[in-house]
Design a protein around this ligand. Structure first.
Ligand code: FES
Ligand code: FES
Length: 78
């Protein structure tokens, strides 16, 4: 099992409009925290998630959260 790249040891706070988003699981995207296709050729695939109503979210960028795509504080232990 490949390990994801740690894009950053901190979450990204974003206010998202309703819609479907694709969170980068591999850590290689240049458009963190979202997938830009850089996972191709690896065993990683992006994680889709839905936002039902406009809200602020804290998205994991260390890629080790146990509550992906959201930050759960795991980045502090890396
Ligand atoms: Fe990381 Fe697509 S670029 S999952
Ligand atoms: Fe990954 Fe916080 S940034 S758990």
């Amino acid at each position: 099992m490949q390990k994801p790249v740690i894009a950053e040891k901190a979450p990204k706070a974003l206010t998202l409009e309703p819609g479907t988003y694709y969170w980068c699981a591999c850590g290689k995207s240049k458009n963190q925290p979202f997938c830009d296709g850089s996972h191709q050729g690896s065993e990683f695939t992006p994680l889709p998630f839905n936002i039902e109503e406009k809200k602020e979210v804290w998205l994991c960028q260390c890629k080790h959260s146990n509550n992906k795509p959201f930050c759960d504080g795991t980045h502090r232990k890396l």
